[in-house]
Design a protein around this ligand. Structure first.
Ligand SMILES: Nc1ncnc2c1ncn2[C@@H]1O[C@H](COP(=O)(O)OP(=O)(O)OP(=O)(O)O)[C@@H](O)[C@H]1O
Ligand SMILES: [Mg+2]
Length: 434
C-alpha cells in the first residue's frame, strides 16, 4: 500500500475479533437510546406543566393562604415565618409558649395580652380575644388574619400568627420591649426626651399613612391612641391592633356609636352622630388628639383639683393659638427652647387633624410632611364647634379656610400646607394664591 508524504499512515490492522466490535457498538447504541428516552420524558413533563399553567383557572385574589403547623417540630414554622405568612398555632402550643399564661402584659377592649416565647427564644405577645356572641366564622377570621399578617411596615407591629379553635381565638404578635407609649408619655420621670417624642409622632403617622394610603385594601384602625403605639428596644414606634376592628366584626365603612368600641376621648365627632358616614379620617382625628397629648405631655382631660371642672387641653391649645401665644404655651408645657419650634408646628398639625369636618383633616401622608418640616403649615380654621352645637352641619366640609386658599377637594395639599424651598424660606418668599 502506497503512502503519501505528509499524511499520517493508516493504523495497523487490529488484532481483536469482530464479535468484540459488535458488542461495543451495541453498548454504545443502548446508552444513546437510554439518554434519548430520558430527554424525551423530561421535555414531555415540561410541556405538560406549561400547558396546565396555561389552562388552570387563576387563584381567586381573596384567597389567602394560611399555613398550619401541626408537626411537633418547629422547623416548618420558622421557614414559614421567614416567608412572612401568618402561622396557625394550636391552643396547646400557645399554652407552652406563654408558660401556661403566667405573665400578663395588660388587657384592653379586645382581650388580655400575655407574654411568651417561641422555642428559638424569640419573644412574643399573645392576645387572647374575647369571643362575643357574633364571633366571626373561621374562614372570615383566617381571611382577616391573612390580611393583617401580610401587612408589613417598619412602623406596624408584626403579626406572627394566630390560633382559632373551638374554644379560643388568639393573635401572636412580636414582643415590643418598651411597651406602650402611654406609659412613657404620662409617667412622672419623663425619661423620653422631647426630640424622641417628635420622632415617635412621625413614625406613628407613617404607620397610619401606610394603612390608609399604601395597602392594597385600605385599613382603618378605629382605635388610634398612645396605648396602641408600642415601642421597641430603641423606642421606635409601631402601631398595634390595626385590622382588629374588622376582625372583631365591626362594620368597616359605616359604624354607629352602638357598633363602635373605640376609646372615649380619642373618638372623632362623627361617631356621636347616628348614621354619619365613618371614613379613614376618623383615625386622623384620633391621631390629632394623640399629638395634643405629646405637646402637653399629659392626658388631654384632667379633672381639675377641687372644682371638678373639665380642663380639655386641645381647646386650650386653640385659644393660645388664636391669641398668637402658642410658643408661650409650649414653654409652659416644659418644652426646652431648642424644641419649641417643632412643638409649635406639632400643635398646629394637631389642630388641623382635629378639625370637625372629616374632609378638612389632612390625609396622613400630608400629616407626615407637616410634622417633618419643609412645608409651611397653613393657619388651621377653628375646630371643636361640635362641642357647642347639635346636628350634622358642623361636620360639613368648609367652603373656605382662614388661610385664604379655598377647600376644593380631598387631596388639595395647598389647603393644609405649601411646599417651601430653603431659599424661599430664607427670604420669606411665598407662592401667590389667586
Ligand atoms: N406586642 C406587644 N408587646 C408588648 N406589650 C404589648 C404588646 N401588645 C400589647 N402589649 C401590652 O398590653 C397592654 C394591653 O394591650 P391591649 O391592646 O389589650 O389594650 P389597649 O391597647 O390598652 O386597648 P385596646 O383594646 O383599645 O387596644 C398594652 O398596654 C401593652 O402594654
Ligand atoms: Mg391595644
Amino acid at each position: 500500500m502506497s503512502t503519501f508524504e505528509g499524511f499520517p499512515s493508516p493504523p495497523p490492522e487490529s488484532g481483536g475479533s469482530p464479535a468484540v466490535a459488535i458488542i461495543v457498538t451495541m453498548i454504545i447504541l443502548v446508552v444513546i437510546g437510554f439518554v434519548s428516552i430520558c430527554c424525551a420524558r423530561k421535555m414531555k413533563k415540561a410541556m405538560v406543566s406549561e400547558l396546565r399553567a396555561a389552562v388552570a383557572p387563576p387563584m381567586p385574589s381573596n384567597v389567602i393562604q394560611v399555613w398550619e403547623v401541626d408537626a411537633p417540630t418547629m422547623e416548618k414554622f420558622f421557614l414559614e415565618l421567614a416567608q412572612q405568612k401568618p402561622v396557625r398555632f394550636t391552643a396547646q402550643q400557645l399554652c407552652a409558649f406563654t408558660n401556661n399564661y403566667s405573665v400578663t402584659l395588660g388587657s384592653g377592649g379586645f382581650g388580655r395580652v400575655y407574654r411568651g416565647q417561641f422555642t428559638n427564644g424569640v419573644k412574643i405577645a399573645v392576645k387572647v380575644l374575647n369571643r362575643g356572641p357574633n364571633r366571626s366564622i373561621e374562614e372570615q377570621f383566617m381571611a382577616e388574619v391573612g390580611t393583617i399578617g401580610r401587612t408589613h411596615h417598619i412602623n406596624l407591629v408584626r403579626l406572627y400568627g394566630f390560633c382559632y379553635d373551638h374554644f379560643m381565638s388568639a393573635l401572636v404578635y412580636e414582643f415590643m420591649e418598651n411597651g406602650s407609649l402611654d406609659k412613657h408619655l404620662f409617667s412622672e420621670n419623663q425619661e423620653l426626651k422631647w426630640e424622641k417624642l417628635h420622632e415617635i409622632a412621625i413614625g406613628t403617622a407613617k404607620g397610619i399613612a401606610y394603612l390608609h394610603e399604601e395597602c392594597q385594601q385600605r385599613i382603618i384602625h378605629y382605635d388610634i391612641k398612645p396605648g396602641n403605639v408600642l415601642l421597641d428596644e430603641n423606642f421606635s414606634p409601631k402601631v398595634a391592633d390595626f385590622g382588629l376592628a374588622k376582625l372583631c366584626n365591626r362594620d368597616d365603612t359605616h359604624v354607629t356609636v352602638t357598633g363602635y368600641r373605640g376609646t372615649p376621648g380619642y373618638l372623632a365627632p362623627e361617631f356621636m352622630l347616628k348614621n354619619f358616614p365613618i371614613t379613614y379620617k376618623c383615625d386622623v382625628y384620633s391621631f390629632g388628639i394623640l399629638l395634643f397629648e405629646i405637646v402637653g405631655r399629659r392626658k388631654n382631660t384632667k379633672i381639675g383639683g377641687n372644682s371638678d371642672s373639665l380642663d380639655w387641653f386641645p381647646k386650650q391649645v386653640w385659644e393660645e393659638y388664636e391669641k398668637g401665644e402658642l410658643m408661650q404655651l409650649t414653654e409652659a408645657c416644659g418644652i426646652e427652647e431648642k424644641d419649641r419650634a417643632k412643638a409649635e408646628r406639632m400643635a398646629m398639625v394637631a389642630l388641623w387633624c382635629a378639625q370637625d369636618s372629616p374632609e378638612a383633616r389632612p390625609p396622613m401622608s400630608i400629616v407626615v410632611k407637616m410634622l417633618e418640616g419643609g412645608v409651611d403649615i397653613m393657619p388651621p380654621p377653628k375646630p371643636f364647634h361640635y362641642l357647642f352645637s347639635v346636628g350634622t352641619d358642623v361636620l360639613k366640609p368648609p367652603t373656605s379656610s382662614g388661610s385664604g386658599s379655598g377647600y376644593t377637594s380631598e387631596g388639595t395639599t395647598s389647603y393644609w400646607c405649601k411646599e417651601t424651598t430653603p431659599i424661599m424660606a430664607k427670604y420669606e418668599i411665598s407662592v401667590a394664591t389667586l
